[in-house]
Design a binder for this molecule. Structure first.
Ligand code: NAD
Length: 384
């Protein structure tokens, strides 16, 4: 089977789905690797490095014409989808629950669409395929570096002949994969770190990394399905907000990572809370998207400075800002998923397998994922 690696075309995307180090295992499984020319450029991987690792570097036309399966990071654009043909397959972050229409377009062309973000994350066998975690990890790390860069003071306690610098007080809101990496990174930089989450089991995880857990007087346990949080009720939100505002006011840096799957991210840092922060404080909102963010004032993709001197940064694709490191992890994840679906050098989809069942969104000209079909029905008013 010929496996193509696409050059990403989404704005600001610098990652690539495979790195040269990942090719050996795929070749050993009988796969021939084609790489679209320039695919690794954003990650500082020249075409020659792919060629040396055994790949054939090809033009865009040849990639779409020859590949049986295409590996990518972001979902294909409308133009890329129109280049694909029936019987071909694609694997990437297709985000069918956010954009079911693009998944439907792939299905209509007869393309087998396999979405890496639909991995059953609690399945231990799927850990190596969990690109959501590997990329969240990169994001959590980078968010702290961005905050440190924007902050006009030191993170660590520093005693010098010119005086003593106090350590920065950092608050991490949301202690999932990104939040835990943010805690570790801020601690390694010497900051005093506090963290908060609505899932009580995160307390021990935060403390084991050296953060103090913010325990609110209003006890909230919002543990939801699959290790995720559920949405808070209006009463819980109000109680949480009043107490959190007090904590936020004393912080130099706030990094927010809180998400609730399939919903708008909860607002944890209100405009009032920002007003109460000291001039020079920095907020990095990792949850910001077109749907909004964890900070009421965030504008996705932008950095703003409020009248009271607080910098609010809302990056829209942090992993792409550390492309080589993020791609190396992503390549391992996508290779693990692919190898689990290859038999005798060809794609072999066993729908009794939990990973296959969850990740194959379109096959044989139809959407085969129940949740995606439901979404499509809803969006067409139940007439689909
Ligand atoms: P996420 O990106 O969905 O959310 C980030 C964090 O925000 C979560 O910890 C969540 O509890 C928190 N949050 C949501 N609403 C909040 C609110 N109102 N206030 C404060 N915090 C709030 O989560 P994620 O990082 O993708 O994963 C979350 C958890 O899923 C992990 O920590 C883990 O327990 C579980 N998980 C398990 C596996 C596995 O079993 N292999 C793999 C990945 C993740």
């Amino acid at each position: 089977m010929k496996v193509g690696v696409a050059r990403e075309t989404a704005a600001g995307e610098r990652r690539v789905a495979l790195v040269p180090e990942a090719l050996g295992k795929l070749a050993a499984a009988g796969l021939e690797i084609l790489v679209e020319t320039g695919a690794g450029a954003g990650s500082a991987i020249p075409d020659a490095a792919f060629a040396e690792a055994g790949a054939r570097v090809v033009s865009t036309d040849a990639l779409y014409a020859e590949s049986d399966l295409i590996l990518r990071v972001q979902k294909p654009s409308a133009d890329e989808t129109s280049r694909m043909r029936s019987g071909q397959a694609v694997i990437g972050f297709l985000q069918p629950l956010i954009d079911p229409t693009s998944a439907k377009a792939l299905a209509d062309r007869g393309v087998t669409a396999i979405s890496l973000d639909a991995i059953p994350r609690t399945l231990s066998r799927a850990q190596t395929m969990d690109a959501l975690s590997s990329q969240a990890n990169v994001g959590g790390y980078k968010a702290v570096l961005i905050a440190a860069n924007a902050y006009g003071r030191y993170f660590p306690l520093l005693t010098t002949a010119a005086g003593t610098a106090k350590p920065a007080n950092v608050l991490i809101l949301g202690i999932g994969v990104a939040g835990l990496q943010a805690i570790g990174t801020a601690r390694r930089l010497g900051a005093v770190v506090k963290a908060y989450d609505v899932r009580p089991e995160t307390r021990e995880q935060a403390e084991s990394l050296g953060a103090g857990f913010v325990k609110l007087k209003t006890a909230i346990d919002a543990t939801g399905a699959g290790g995720y949080a559920r949405e808070l009720t209006a009463e819980e939100r109000a109680a949480q907000q009043a107490e959190l505002n007090e904590v936020i006011g004393g912080m130099d840096i706030v990094i927010t990572t809180a998400q609730v799957p399939g919903r708008k991210p909860p607002v944890l840092v209100t405009a009032d809370a920002v007003l109460a922060m000291k001039s020079g404080s920095v907020i990095v909102d990792m949850a910001a998207s077109a749907l909004g963010g964890n900070c009421e004032l965030s504008r996705v993709g932008e950095t703003i400075e409020t009248d009271n001197g607080v910098t609010i940064i809302a990056p829209d694709n942090l992993p792409a800002t550390m492309p080589a490191g993020a791609s190396a992890f992503y390549a391992r994840n996508i290779s693990a998923l692919l190898l689990g679906m290859v038999k005798d050098g060809a794609l072999h989809l066993d729908f009794d397998d939990e990973v296959t069942k969850a990740t194959v969104i379109a096959h044989g000209g139809a959407i085969v994922s129940e949740p995606v079909n439901k979404l499509l029905e809803q969006s067409s008013g139940g007439n689909a």
